[in-house]
Ligand binder design. Structure first.
Ligand SMILES: [Zn+2]
Length: 297
């Protein structure tokens, strides 16, 4: 346990390595302590505080969901993603981001020597702690990971990006902390549709049931990953198994409605050799265009 303070974790505010003196863990630059209680590590005092109104609303509701929400069952979606995780698991250190009540965490802690699960809800993390034996529960803002550069073998980030106030920052942080040969498994709901509703004002308020603030299609996710320095190894969409005629009919209807794709996007990604590739190309395009301009007399 002490070893992860040296080799994996860092201060989320200044990214300096933490100082571990006896029972006390702190950042010697920011002069604040990390609260450590057995497997529960609380970075609250070192979390950068952003004055973002929507972020405050989402965090408050997420914490409340941590108290009131029932445990998530290992449904077809989680089972499908776990299959991909098992198939691609590599290395020794894994970070799960936004694990909710932790339906996947008991599996992860058996696949890796060190499994960290990070959330911004203390209630959800306590629930994960109760159902795991070794996983380290980290209370921190995922937009500022308390993780050193290039130290993670695998990052699991399932159904988190759509709740994130700043998805570009979250992806950039994942790219920073995963090893050059590490892997990221991402999943988000697929918002691809074959036609656009004309009456956007007919929002069904009674169906308000989640804190989604970002909406992705396979194309939009691909663009976002490229611009944040991540390379797609494999991207697919998934849908529920055809267990009955009713399932089959509903899947076919959904498949057509979603422009011939499934309900969720699952993506395996890794850091690009040059994470700034897009920005370098843009820079050289701008320079070339400037050269072409006729010089002013
Ligand atoms: Zn610091």
């Amino acid at each position: 346990m002490n070893n992860i303070f040296q080799s994996v974790l860092c201060c989320p505010k200044c990214r300096e390595k933490l100082t571990n003196e006896g029972q006390r863990v702190f950042c010697s630059l920011c002069l604040e302590d990390v609260a450590v209680d057995d497997r529960f590590i609380d970075f609250d005092r070192l979390n950068p505080k952003l004055n973002l109104d929507l972020d405050a609303i989402v965090q408050k509701i997420t914490e409340y969901a941590g108290i009131t929400m029932n445990d998530i069952d290992i449904d077809w979606r989680i089972a499908a993603i776990l299959k991909d995780i098992r198939k691609n698991a590599r290395g020794t250190v894994c970070l799960e981001i936004g694990g909710a009540d932790g339906p996947m965490t008991p599996v992860l802690e058996n696949l890796f020597d060190t499994t960290l699960t990070l959330d911004y809800s203390k209630h959800f993390l306590k629930r994960i702690q109760n159902k795991t034996e070794r996983a380290i529960c980290v209370y921190s803002n995922a937009h500022f990971l308390p993780i050193q550069d290039n130290v993670l073998d695998m990052i699991i980030c399932c159904e988190v990006l759509e709740h994130s106030t700043i998805p570009t920052q979250l992806l950039t942080e994942m790219r920073r902390s995963v090893k050059k040969d590490g892997m990221i498994i991402l999943s988000v709901p697929n918002e691809q549709i074959i036609y656009h509703r004309k009456k956007h004002s007919n929002y069904k308020f009674s169906q308000a049931g989640d804190t989604h603030i970002n909406f992705f299609t396979p194309d939009s996710l691909g663009n976002l990953l490229f611009r944040t320095g991540l390379e797609i190894i494999h991207m697919k969409t998934i849908f529920p198994p055809n267990r009955s005629i009713k399932n089959l009919y509903s899947n076919m209807k959904n498949y057509i409605k979603r422009s011939f794709s499934g309900n969720f996007i699952v993506c395996l990604a890794r850091p690009m050799a040059n994470p700034l590739k897009y920005w370098d190309i843009l820079n050289s395009n701008l320079k070339n265009n400037a050269k072409k301009k006729p010089t002013e007399a």
